[in-house]
Design a protein around this ligand. Sequence first.
Ligand SMILES: [Zn+2]
Length: 180
Amino acid sequence: MFDTPWDTAQFQPLLDNIEMRHNKIVLLCFATHWHSDKTIGLAYSREKGIKTYTTVLNDELSNLNNKKRAEFLMTKDTNFTTGQYSFETGYLREAHNRDNIVIWFEKERILYTGYLIKGTDVDDLSFIGDGNKKTYAGTLKKVQKKFRHPSWIVITNSDWKDIGSLKHSIRMANKLGRNN
Ligand SMILES: [Zn+2]
């Protein structure tokens, strides 16, 4: 599971749903940056026996901001394999937040970006108060360069099949960098 529901009442229904619909149980849980909408379910997941992971930087910021924290900390970009799936975590520097990471499934070419990338249906990068307007575009370009030719870009609120979201977000971030 990458990021948890923001609504705490949805934790258990989500786990039940995954088990019911996909006949799978959640083994691993990652928070892709320290904001509550990503970290709030870490403690609950941990209670449920799910292995929870964040980066060291994420943990520092979560601690500082009184957010839930993970059991296991990653000191660098890390590869994971579970069942038939392998994926890696990538930290390409500051953007939406100081600690935002992305997840890359090389074989399936799925890029999970959490809140870093916005859909082509929105015209701003929304809240960046804890992030970095100057480096945002550069970080997205690093993501683009490192994780080539994704088939899917999984983002928080918009269409995953529309991989134009990355280029669109770079354009928005370029504007942001110029205005600040
Ligand atoms: Zn956030």
